[in-house]
Write a protein that binds this ligand. Structure first.
Ligand SMILES: Cc1cc2nc3c(=O)[nH]c(=O)nc-3n(C[C@H](O)[C@H](O)[C@H](O)COP(=O)(O)OP(=O)(O)OC[C@H]3O[C@@H](n4cnc5c(N)ncnc54)[C@H](O)[C@@H]3O)c2cc1C
Length: 363
């Protein structure tokens, strides 16, 4: 029996669990290590913040999924990896050996990058922590008006600030700090639609880099101090620090280098998928869509690797459908240069997102 260790119940590995529930892996004794018994679907988190969803609507229950897949479950998280010794050490010091490892632990946010942020700000990742702190923010908003500053002008930042407006209504002053163009990776047409949505929602857009967070202020551009009760950091994704000493080949930012079969560029018995990787041959954006699409190929390749068979390449799609929720039930859809906005797009997003979570609901 080969010991297969799945790290993280990310978008790709929930799909592996579902595939294993359909057909068990011959010759594999599989253990999943993940910090939580449920996995929030990030695409629905802005809707959860906006008050459009309950937590159960957006969470995949990992316990029955693992059970039906015949996979052992250990609640915990990797603190270090020694790829040469084929060993993972968990945060509680337990050491777990493996023959085959599959990493789908997602990205992290560097809490030290903005001075003061660790102390005073809410970070959107890990999502479980963000949701818990958001509940406290909501309770606070019942008592008095709040000024909330979203740092980060990518899709998550824009969706979240609009969601906060939906949740807190006129009881909040809202600002988004944009270090560069709003929605940098989107077309001009999408940016215009998003800018109009922010204007309708009375969100102030502040151009500049957030250089520090203080107890009652967010500092922009080194000198402008914006009054803030609740700073939320939604800036990009960083690689987990524990990968740096793993011995796995990584890029300069610390993301795991993988090839077409999702195997590590340095250690063929290590697979990795989702936001924690960088593809050597076909780089693609870090987004849930690509992590989801990698899932079925990952499931097939883990099975084939254990059986000694041929592996299949994962060909990322050249572009993806993006649906940005605007907090009011509407959404902005885009595909390449096409874009559209409105209630129908909101209904479409809701339908896709609910279907994703429902796919993993176990009876
Ligand atoms: C607010 C928000 C909204 C978003 N909306 C969208 C969207 O609509 N569409 C889209 O495509 N993308 C969206 N994204 C981006 C998307 O969340 C990521 O691209 C996606 O989550 C990456 O998936 P993943 O499977 O790599 O990791 P994740 O989904 O982050 O899953 C990682 C898993 O690993 C676990 N884990 C973490 N650390 C460890 C460890 N050390 N050991 C073991 N397990 C660990 C985590 O608990 C989790 O279960 C959004 C992001 C945010 C923050």
């Amino acid at each position: 029996m080969k010991k297969v260790l799945l790290l993280g119940a990310g978008h790709a590995q929930v799909s592996v669990l579902a595939a294993l529930a359909q057909q068990r892996m011959a010759g594999g004794d599989i253990l999943l290590v993940t910090p939580h018994t449920r996995q929030f679907y990030s695409g629905m988190v802005p809707g959860l913040i906006a008050g459009r969803y309950a937590e159960d609507d957006c969470a995949i229950d990992i316990v029955p999924l693992a059970r039906n897949a015949g996979v052992h479950l250990r609640i915990g998280q990797a603190a270090s990896l020694d790829a040469a010794a084929r060993k993972v050490t968990l945060a509680d010091s337990e050491e777990i050996g493996y023959d085959v490892l599959s990493i789908n632990t997602g990205p992290v946010q560097d809490r030290e990058r903005i001075p003061g942020a660790r102390e005073f700000a809410l970070f959107v990742r890990p999502i479980e922590g963000f949701i818990a702190l958001w509940k406290q923010t909501r309770a606070l908003a019942e008592a008095r008006p709040l000024s909330v500053v979203l740092v980060g002008s990518g899709a998550a930042g824009v969706e979240l600030v609009l969601a906060v407006r939906a949740a807190l209504g006129a009881r909040a002053e809202l600002t988004i700090v944009a270090d560069g163009p709003l929605l940098e990776n989107y077309t001009e047409a999408v940016r215009r639609k998003a800018t109009a949505a922010l204007k309708r929602a009375k969100v102030q857009v502040l151009q500049g880099r957030c250089t520090a967070v203080e107890r009652k202020h967010v500092v922009v551009g080194g000198s402008m101090r914006v009054v803030c009760d609740v700073p939320i950091i939604a800036t990009g994704s960083d690689a987990p620090a524990w990968l740096a000493t793993s011995g796995l080949a990584t890029d300069a930012q610390g993301f795991v280098r993988v090839g077409a079969t999702l195997q590590s560029a340095s250690h063929p018995n290590v697979f990795a998928s989702g936001d924690v990787v960088v593809r050597d041959d076909m780089p693609h954006p870090r987004s849930g869509v690509y992590a989801v699409r990698a899932g079925p190929v990952l499931a097939e390749n883990l099975r084939a690797f254990v059986a000694g068979g041929a592996l299949t390449p994962y060909i990322p799609q050249p572009r993806s459908l993006n649906l940005l929720a605007t907090g009011d039930g509407r959404a902005i859809a885009s595909w390449g240069t096409w874009s559209a906005q409105g209630w129908l797009m909101g209904w479409w997003k809701d339908h896709i997102d609910r279907a994703f979570v429902a796919r993993y609901a176990q009876g």
